[in-house]
Design a protein around this ligand. Sequence first.
Ligand SMILES: Nc1ncnc2c1ncn2[C@@H]1O[C@H](COP(=O)(O)OP(=O)(O)OP(=O)(O)O)[C@@H](O)[C@H]1O
Length: 487
Amino acid sequence: MSDNPETAPAAGSLADRITKPDEPKPTDPSNVSNPKEDGASAPAQGSPDLEEPDYTVAVKLSDLQADPNNPLYSVKSFEDLGLDARILKGLSTMNFRKPSKVQERALPLLMSNPPKNLVGQSQSGTGKTAAFVLNVLSRLDLSTEQLQMTPQALILAPTRELARQIVGVIQIMGQFLEGLVIGTAVPADSNARPSKMDCSVVVGTPGTVQDMIKKRIMNPTGLKVLVLDEADNMLDQQGLGDQCIRAKAMIPRNVQIVLFSATFPAHVYRYAGKFAPDANEITLQHEELTVEGIKQLYMDCSSDEEKYQNLVQLYGLLTVGSSIIFVRTRASAVEIEKRMVAEGHTVASLTGGVEGSQRDAVIDSFRSGEAKVLITTNVLARGIDVSTVSLVVNYDIPEEYSGGQRTNTPDYQTYLHRIGRTGRFGRIGVAISFVSNRNEWEMLRKIQDHFQCIIDRIDTSDWDEVEEMIKKTIKNTRAQANFAQVN
Ligand SMILES: Nc1ncnc2c1ncn2[C@@H]1O[C@H](COP(=O)(O)OP(=O)(O)OP(=O)(O)O)[C@@H](O)[C@H]1O
């Protein structure tokens, strides 16, 4: 069991934010009215890669979606999946033209009646969020004000950033559903007071939701669907797992339980079957898990100091698009940030150690492109969807913990989720892992064996060559884009 404290939600006070898609609140950072936001809300608002008239990626995406071996492939259209016209309209504002494989397979299973549980697995960046959000929206009854104000679906995510991102997706997909009200249940800053969850859908972190139910701030009696995003992490992580079980015990027994993740290690998968009994299943082999568009590389570093120097050398590349640098501890995130800033570089850091409002400000500025280089811990390893991320750096290789101690065993799942912050929905990205000692080298070798993937070495004796090689890969998307445009 992994027990990295970074992924546990901050305990203590509660916060919530209720938003009605039909009543935009300009001050709400997760609100659809902010045209610069990325991630959840990006496609509808102009994620540069997916929005019309960006003919380029549309062409490329349609090629990928026509290839039966690609996870984005489907034969059906969204119309074929029997979705409500108002939801289809929401999808079309997001420029979703065709479902991905997981959407095409999951939606009929999720939407059939009587409802059945589902355990669903699909590679990072293949559209699992839309799969569960479309089911949730399809199952809501918003015919009376009382129904609109009583939670009918509960979506749990491991971090506040992911919960807020999911809220953004629901706001856009559900924007034509009159009476839809969305509540965000994430830990508040210490001076804030929670208000009642008078809403149709609640998205939150398990600890906060559990607390809200206990304090009668949230009424769980009308719930019909429970979704766990990043379900393997939610069920396996110390603290989170208990909170999920307690939250489940407080809600009606007959809810539809939906578990999604890119990874389901065997021991969690068995447990997932107990949490969501008699579930339909969509699974992948672990060799199928790596995403083709992500070029995996590693860099030899002779010491910790050389890791830092190499990162600084890479700075020019980090800012070609956006990039995320993953480190092991909060302290090193802050230290690297300070040092780079002192040397004149523009970087930001986000860790679980700071108050919620500050975390929100940092992730929002990263989504908007204001901050292009983000140093973080495993807290952002999962789910975060920022389409401009073209480079991920594993400054430290993700490692399993046992009883709070490092084990020198790679954390395979976290590796996959971290590198999956790039190369999303058919895009191209680069992931570079730094290796500075024998243990790290061993862990990287194990990762290669586990996923049967190739992680190429970068030769740092000639930095110009390094730059050229990485730039070529990152810019590949654009090269194809230009090609598509002239043709
Ligand atoms: N059918 C579609 N057509 C076009 N874009 C899509 C479609 N489905 C999802 N997307 C976009 O693909 C991106 C990745 O989707 P999403 O974040 O749901 O991936 P995921 O499978 O949950 O990944 P992860 O495992 O990393 O959480 C998002 O920007 C989303 O808007």
